[in-house]
Design a protein around this ligand. Structure first.
Ligand SMILES: [Mg+2]
Length: 200
């Protein structure tokens, strides 16, 4: 959204991982069907289950994640964008519902570095705003100093719940974000150009 916020106040960017910094072949409708989430977010659903159903369903999710992670491809323009933010002393956090194991695999494989990583082991999961709230608290920042970069409605919902109104979505289909107030970009380089206007 064109938020009217002071562009120069941007101090931190919160990145989603899957679908945002890497392209990954997740078929979420199929995964949700296999796990039978009943329309709930997957992690919230799993957390509530009794054993042994819980472990059995976690194994389904982890198998999908392992396969997708092994096939992940870094998105064009991410390295340049992270470098650009570092040069301008804008902090970057990776905030993902994926596991630390998969985060470490991907960051290692693509040689990426973030100032802070929050994975699902924190117990703070999108679409709740709690993970973003946690990072802002750690860094002593308020929502007007931060922006969220993601690819899905989960990222938008989490940002809005955390009262972050600068939301940048990288997705080839802008239609699903029409009512959300998020700004949608077809690629990371397009987002990078937008941030250049913001920052200098
Ligand atoms: Mg994503």
């Amino acid at each position: 959204m064109t938020s009217g916020l002071d562009a120069m106040s941007l101090k931190a960017v919160f990145f989603d991982m899957d679908g945002t910094i890497v392209d990954v072949p997740y078929d979420w409708p199929r995964i949700k069907k296999d796990i039978a989430t009943g329309g709930e977010p997957i992690l919230s659903h799993l957390q509530k289950l009794p054993e042994p159903e819980r472990s059995r369903k976690w194994a389904i999710l982890e198998a999908y994640e392992e396969r997708a992670t092994s096939e992940a491809v870094i998105r064009e323009g991410i390295v340049a964008l992270l470098e650009y933010l570092r040069e301008r002393e804008v902090r970057s956090a990776l905030v993902t519902n994926n596991s630390r194991k998969n985060v470490d695999l991907l960051l290692g494989r693509f040689n990426l570095r973030f100032d802070l990583v929050l994975s699902r082991e924190s117990g703070l999961w999108k679409p709740s705003g709690a993970p973003f709230g946690h990072v802002m608290c750690e860094w002593g920042l308020h929502p007007g100093e931060c922006c969220v970069v993601g690819d899905s409605l989960f990222d938008v919902r989490a940002a809005l719940e955390a009262e972050i109104h600068r939301i940048y979505i990288v997705n080839e289909d802008p239609r699903i974000f029409l009512e959300t107030g998020a700004e949608v970009f077809p690629s990371i380089p397009a987002l990078h150009r937008r941030l250049c206007i913001h920052l200098f």
